[in-house]
Design a protein around this ligand. Structure first.
Ligand code: SAM
Ligand code: SF4
Length: 333
């Protein structure tokens, strides 16, 4: 590991960059971008071009960022995303290039992504039942997404991770079924607590299914043991199955078990704004810097100065908490 060159004012090293490539999406997950959400898509000229994203990632990598995740919105809606994957796969210092997708066209595109140099893929999948999947995502695409997961495994985008946001009243009864799915298909299922980042403002504490509840539901059917891995800055606590079955479980509990103290992430929005926290109230325009003709050293100075402003933690659990203006699909999850 190279010496951390990018540190915030609390001593946290920044190793992990999430790059959103579009704020548009073809799904309408109710916890993110529900039906009827205002269309706040940025004008095309405001979006970073692939060349600009490449330049930005080169500078981040020169500062010690090793993990890059392409996200959105739905990143597969951006034209020729494979071109960007190929550019980022070549950036010196990037050791892990991943992409998060809703999986709608992964079955056809998985092989091309792998060939372009993508290391891993994460697919969002909130229900294994067609009716509940359609209700949660607003689209009737469960079988396509399942095909996409299989295709990703076949072409070697492994370990394939599956993200499931657990929301009370919707899919909390499926937690153990997802564990069975992880075992049967040898995938890593990551359960995510519902966060107040939905544009419909439907979040409430009562609807959050806690990491503890999730753990218990799985343990009752499939006993798990904690994986002895250095958690470091990982968002998930990771488990394997006690009986040695394949697959892995991760629990991401930002609401009930915050991990801000070990956070190593910054985000770049599709319109080129650096966000130092999912819950940031301010953004910093890297786009303006890139378009002002700044050279790599000047861009690096700017990024360093922004990272020093990274918030100590989120305030979801405090009475004065206010949801940020931009929501998950606009920030890049
Ligand atoms: N469209 C892609 C997808 O769904 O995988 C990538 C972007 S999406 C914003 C990234 C991740 O954020 C998804 O796994 C999604 O489930 C998660 N997410 C969105 N809104 C959330 C919320 N309110 N709380 C927790 N996770 C959320
Ligand atoms: Fe789209 Fe992903 Fe948000 Fe669902 S979670 S609405 S697929 S951006």
């Amino acid at each position: 590991m190279s010496e951390a060159l990018l540190k915030d004012s609390y001593g946290r090293a920044i190793r992990d960059l999430r790059v959103s490539v579009t704020d548009r999406c073809n799904f309408r997950c109710f916890y993110c971008l529900p039906h009827g959400s205002p269309e706040e898509t940025a004008p095309k000229a405001a979006l970073l071009t692939y060349e600009e994203i490449e330049r930005a990632v080169e500078v981040f990598a020169s500062l010690g960022v090793e993990k890059v995740r392409i996200t959105g919105g739905e990143p597969m809606l951006r034209r020729d995303i494979e071109t960007l994957v190929a550019k980022l796969a070549r950036v010196e210092g990037v050791k892990d290039l991943a992409l998060t997708t809703n999986g709608f066209n992964l079955a056809e595109r998985a092989a091309g992504l792998k060939a372009a140099g993508l290391d891993r893929v994460t697919v969002s999948l909130d229900s294994l039942r067609r009716a509940a999947f359609t209700e949660m995502t607003g689209v009737d695409m469960l079988s396509r997404v399942l095909e996409g997961i299989r295709a990703a495994q076949r072409v070697g985008l492994n370990p394939v991770k599956v993200n499931a946001v657990v929301v009370r009243g919707h899919n909390e009864g499926e937690v153990a079924d997802f564990a069975a799915f992880a075992r049967e298909h040898a995938v890593d299922v990551r359960f995510i607590e519902y966060m107040p980042l939905d544009s419909g403002h439907g979040w409430s504490r009562e609807r959050v299914v806690s990491g503890a509840e999730i753990r218990q539901a799985i343990n009752e059917r499939f006993p798990m043991v904690s994986k002895r891995v250095e958690r470091g800055s990982e968002t998930a606590t990771r488990y394997r199955f006690a009986d040695g079955a394949p697959g892995e479980i991760g629990i991401i509990a930002p609401v009930t078990e915050p991990f801000c103290g070990a956070c190593s992430r910054v985000r770049l929005t599709a319109d080129g704004q650096i966000r130092t926290c999912l819950f940031s109230k301010v953004e910093h325009s890297l786009r303006d810097v890139l378009r002002s003709g700044a050279n790599p050293a000047e861009t690096a100075d700017y990024i360093r100065s922004v990272v020093l402003k990274k918030e100590p933690r989120h305030y979801i659990n405090e009475t004065h908490f206010e949801q940020p203006a931009r929501t998950m699909s606009l920030i890049g999850g």
